[in-house]
Design a protein. Structure first.
Length: 310
């Protein structure tokens, strides 16, 4: 029902997307060809395939890989995010090819894999679209454009992030197994005649926004910088893991809701105290670190670090 409500505004639930590796290295005998569609396996069984045929030259062949999405009947999340992997990931040929080593390496990260959009995220996008029509480059426009890219779940806009005429678009890709921080490098669209092009998740967003933006604007798509916050809580050394897990969730919720990389973010100690106090079994606790409200610098986003109980 919720999905149908987005149709008048041309807002549709984002499907799962397959992860992609732009540089996967084979090794083997010069002149041998690895066919397009060759299947490779990750250690946990997740599969990928080559996009084009690859020829071994000077002992190496460099291929582009695309993840093979599982059937939704086997994985109702779509299984896209599971295909993401860091650079250095080793894959093995599903079927051996004479003269080609079975194992190869992802030279760059495997990125861009996303699950089917959660209904709560879709609802938030739909409400944003209903709240205002396109304004030719307003903050809400940039948010809508970035959120339309599969995998992007949170967006903040910072005008003049890299000087006059630039717009900074900070993105997060929650549920990607990396605390939500995008996989890739900050920069601008590949269509910009500019030296610093984005890569990975940032590039997907930059290239999507490029034809929609005001023609004079240069859009920088950025990952927030992780600011790890450690906590010390007095009076709860005796509690079990069920309570500490709930406390961790309470802290995460405050950091998620109050964190903002555009320079206006502030984490209030009182919010943390109220959130922890709502957890049954925490009466009498005192937060001894941090001791004061935390103002977030531009570009920074808080993440829970170690929580010590004394």
């Amino acid at each position: 029902m919720v999905v149908r409500l987005g149709r008048p505004e041309k807002i549709f639930q984002k499907p799962a997307t397959a992860a992609r590796c732009e540089d996967y290295q084979f090794t083997g005998t010069d002149g041998l060809v690895i066919p397009a569609g060759t299947i490779l396996n990750r250690g946990d069984g997740y599969q990928y395939k080559t996009v084009d045929e690859t020829r071994i030259h000077h002992g190496r062949g460099h291929a582009v890989l695309m993840a093979i999405l599982p059937d939704v009947t086997d994985d109702n999340s779509g299984g896209g995010a599971a295909g993401n992997a860091p650079s250095g990931t080793a894959l093995t040929l599903d079927q051996s090819i004479a003269g080609v080593n079975v194992e190869g390496t992802a030279i760059v990260a495997i990125t861009g894999g996303t699950d089917i959009e959660r209904e709560s995220d879709f609802r938030s996008r739909m409400l944003l679209a209903y709240q205002g029509s396109p304004q030719g480059g307003s903050d809400d426009d940039y948010k809508q454009w970035a959120l339309a890219v599969p995998g992007v779940t949170r967006v903040w806009v910072k005008p003049r992030a890299a000087g006059a005429g630039t717009v900074g678009v900070y993105i997060m890709c929650d549920n990607n197994g990396r605390d939500g921080f995008p996989m890739g490098a900050d920069g601008v669209s590949s269509h910009e005649p500019y030296a610093v092009h984005a890569s990975g998740d940032q590039l997907r967003v930059a290239d999507y926004i490029y034809p929609l933006r005001p023609v004079t604007a240069i859009i920088w798509v950025l990952s927030p910088i992780k600011r790890t916050v450690d906590f010390t809580i007095n009076g709860l050394a005796h509690v079990g893991t069920d309570i500490t897990h709930r406390i961790a969730t309470a802290i995460d919720t405050v950091l998620f809701e109050s964190g903002n990389p555009d320079g206006t973010g502030k984490i209030l100690i009182s919010d943390l105290q109220y959130a922890i106090a709502d957890v049954p079994g925490t009466a009498g606790f005192v937060i001894t670190s941090p001791t004061k409200n935390m103002a977030l610098s531009v570009g920074h986003l808080p993440v829970r670090g170690e929580v010590k109980y004394t």
